[in-house]
Design a protein around this ligand. Structure first.
Ligand code: HEM
Length: 506
């Protein structure tokens, strides 16, 4: 678009926005809106979130304006929730009203956009597909796969150590973790390894998460949609074509074989048995029957959900253990006592590893993989905690990252990695204690929570039990770079590189 036209559009909006807002304000009657920073014409508070780490900026704003804070991002009213009590009001007391999802622009270019369960409103289609995934994927017994995956990962590390004569090999822990978890996710969801037709599925997933996480101007200033200002729609189209080719080839492979001879645990084959089934309560935008697009959408949902969120937690936990040798020593001591030094950790050991449990909770508190959850949207006008009025259509961010640092809750030095804070505490991560909700809570709580948690615990236990770890020569714990990168997932910006040595008896 010619620059003059863009200026004209902005000028017009600058003139009419106050009027629209005035009219919207009148229709709220006497209700009280949450406090928040004053928005600018047209862009609202978008300029305040122009950062790579919006959860941090939102925390500092909430310290000024309170745990329920109203912003205007472009034309979209947005509420940010930053305390356990406020989160409970949105995700439990008014769960029905806030379980919807906004329609993001990048989704519009996906051919199966209306079939995604992650971005579907709460309806019959969402319920049916989510239930199906829980029964046929998430609740399956993945013990053997996990055992094999982490045994392979440990062997790869041992090979690296052996190649250097037993000492001094530097291992890219981030890369090893990512590889192991991605292969495991691909085998669970697709029944194949993470590379397909020369395409690395992990790279596709990362690109999707990066695109979905960008503060896309067109989502907030819808009149800019035709111009794809940040080029995100173009990127989404491209990555989608690649994903579609990969997923078609995987489905065809499962399709060619006889469906009657269904192998136990083959998720795609189970999904294919749904083809043509009617969807209860489907709306006009979604499928009335389950079709091939629905199957692809669900596969994309599951692979997006299960990739980065898992390995990122182990990566952060290992980083904190390197910065806190005392905690590492306690954890290794527990493993030595409970598991012994002559074998690797088994899944059946996990229930006895209380200190490991606390280390994992502490990692989730400081590094929740989804720092703002997936955005929710108000499906109806609602009055929440504190008597604040939340208008239908308001976008809702739950700042889980800020809740994990709430001074009112985590009184003893919230910034410190201190697993012992959970001794004698009943707080867990499963969505009932709103001070720690890395998986969300309520209707939209992560369906992959149990499988994710077990994989994380087993991976971390193996890393710490099978090897001793040092920082590369010349580096002290304080030198470790802890800079964050946010796609939809909070990961380390730089790879974690460490030097392992054998720990278990041969
Ligand atoms: C440590 C591992 C994981 C973490 C921390 C995590 C976290 C989350 C979070 C925060 C949400 C959004 C909740 C909300 O909007 O309120 C979510 C949703 C979701 N997760 Fe996970 N997740 C993990 C593992 C998994 C796995 C292994 C799968 C699949 C097997 C999965 C599949 C999904 C799906 C499909 C949704 C969308 C649910 C919906 O909108 O109804 N996640 N997850």
């Amino acid at each position: 678009m010619a620059p003059n036209l863009v200026h004209l559009v902005f000028l017009l909006l600058a003139l009419i926005t106050p009027l629209i807002l005035f009219l919207l304000g009148r229709s709220r009657g006497s209700h009280r809106l949450p406090p928040g920073p004053r928005p600018l014409p047209v862009i609202g508070n978008l300029h305040q979130l122009n950062t790579l780490v919006p959860h941090r900026k939102l925390l500092s704003l909430s310290r000024i304006y309170g745990p329920i804070m109203q912003l205007r991002l472009g034309l979209v009213p947005t509420v940010v929730v930053s305390s356990p009590r406020a989160a409970e009001s949105f995700l439990k007391t008014h769960d029905v009203a806030f379980s919807s999802r906004p329609r993001l622009e990048v989704l519009e270019v996906l051919p199966y956009r209306d079939r995604s369960t992650v971005f579907s409103p709460v309806n019959g289609y969402w319920r049916q597909m989510r239930r199906f995934c829980v029964t046929n994927l998430v609740n399956k017994d993945w013990g053997m796969l996990r055992r094999e995956t982490f045994r392979n990962v440990m062997e790869r590390i041992a090979d690296a150590v052996a190649a250097k004569g037993g000492v001094g090999a530097t291992v890219d822990v981030s890369e090893v973790l990512r590889g192991g978890f991605e292969d495991m996710a691909c085998r669970m969801v697709f029944g194949c390894w993470g590379e397909r037709e020369g395409v690395d599925i992990g790279t596709i997933v990362h690109e999707y998460l990066m695109i979905a996480a960008k503060m896309n101007t067109s989502d907030y200033l819808p009149f800019l949609r035709p111009f794809d200002v940040l080029g995100l729609a173009k990127r989404a189209k491209k990555i989608n074509e690649t994903f579609d080719q990969v997923i078609e080839s995987i489905i065809r492979q499962h399709d060619q074989n006889n469906l009657a001879e269904q192998e136990e645990g083959d998720f795609i084959r189970s999904l294919l048995t749904l083809l043509g089934q009617a969807v209860p309560g489907s709306n006009s935008r979604q499928a009335r029957v389950i079709d091939r697009e629905s199957i692809k959408a669900v596969l994309l949902d599951m692979i997006l959900g299960s990739f980065e969120s898992t390995w990122a937690v182990v990566e952060w936990a290992m980083s904190e253990l390197m910065r806190n040798p005392r905690v590492m020593e306690c954890l290794q001591g527990e493993l030595q006592t409970i598991v012994g030094m002559s074998r690797m950790v088994e899944e059946s050991d996990l229930r006895y590893l209380d200190y490991l449990e606390m280390v994992v909770k502490e990692t989730f508190r400081l590094y929740p993989p989804g720092p703002l959850l997936v955005p929710h949207e108000a499906a109806e006008d609602t009055v929440v905690e504190g008597g604040y009025f939340i208008q239908k259509g308001t976008r809702v961010f739950i700042n889980v990252w800020a809740i994990g640092r709430d001074h009112e809750v985590w009184k003893e030095n919230p910034e410190e990695f201190y697993p012992e804070r959970f001794i004698g505490s009943r707080v867990d991560v499963k969505g009932c204690n709103f001070e720690l909700i890395p998986f969300g809570a309520g209707r939209r709580i992560c369906p992959g929570m149990n499988v994710g948690l077990t994989s994380i615990k087993l991976a971390l236990a193996q890393f710490v039990h099978c090897f001793d770890w040092k920082l590369p020569t010349g580096m002290s714990p304080a030198d470790l770079d802890m800079t964050e990168e946010v796609s939809l997932t909070l990961t380390r910006a730089s790879h974690l590189r460490l030097v392992p040595s054998y720990r278990l008896l041969a």
